[in-house]
Ligand binder design. Structure first.
Ligand SMILES: N[C@@H](CCC(=O)N[C@@H](CS)C(=O)NCC(=O)O)C(=O)O
Length: 206
């Protein structure tokens, strides 16, 4: 059975477990990171020198970097579904996966950490508000894309929906002003119908 190390409230862990649940592979998630520790221990660093969660163990072999774990699971267990056969659909999925980690996640980190994991008296409102503004801009461009199709790589769910889909749950669960984005909101509603999204992503935002 696959092992996925990482605490359930980590968005990067959520991507890995959501992908594993989507493809139906047997796996167990084991707590690690922040209050659970383990990710600074020698045995963990030997498997993942980057010391972050998630970490996937597949037998004797291990893999880290959440988007790459999603790609691995899609390749091994979800070819033709999570990993589209069509090269253009597949690389459109990959494009939005990379966009999420390089653009959307850095923009959302100050509002998320500021509003959820920082006491009110220590909040950096300048950084929080700049992040919210940038997220509205970025979700706006995803919105224009999703006004044309149901999912990021076409009209079928794919691995391309997983990183941004995990973040959009946070976005709609922060106590903030959001631009009204009909394409993103309709897509978010489609994701909420998926049982694996409900089980592994729609958790208390902590
Ligand atoms: N690029 C890495 C980033 C992983 C990452 O930043 N993980 C965070 C949790 S979301 C982490 O390990 N933080 C330290 C901790 O939880 O102890 C990935 O996508 O897997």
């Amino acid at each position: 059975m696959l092992k996925i190390w990482g605490r359930a409230n980590s968005v990067n862990v959520q991507k890995a477990v959501w992908a594993a649940a989507e493809v139906g592979v047997r796996f167990e998630r084991l707590d690690a990171g922040l209050v659970f520790g383990k990710n600074t221990e020698d045995w963990y660093l030997a498997l993942n020198p980057n010391g972050k969660v998630p970490l996937l163990q597949d037998g004797e072999w291990s893999l880290w970097e959440s988007n790459v774990i999603v790609r691995y699971l899609a390749h091994c267990y979800g070819t033709g579904t999570l990993c589209p056969d069509d090269p253009q659909q597949r690389f459109t999925a990959e494009q939005w996966m990379d966009w999420t980690v390089s653009e959307l996640l850095p923009a959302m980190t100050p509002p998320f950490w500021g509003l959820v994991r920082t006491p009110p008296e220590k909040r950096n409102w300048e950084a929080i508000n700049a992040g919210i503004k940038e997220c509205n801009r970025l979700f706006g461009l995803l919105d224009r894309h999703l006004q044309q199709q149901d999912y990021v790589a076409g009209n079928e769910f794919s691995m391309g929906d997983i990183p941004a889909g995990a973040l959009v749950y946070r976005w709609y669960n922060l106590d903030i002003e959001r631009d009204e984005l009909l394409g993103v909101h309709a897509w978010y509603e489609r994701l909420q119908i998926r049982s694996s999204y409900g089980k592994h992503v729609m958790l208390p935002v902590t």
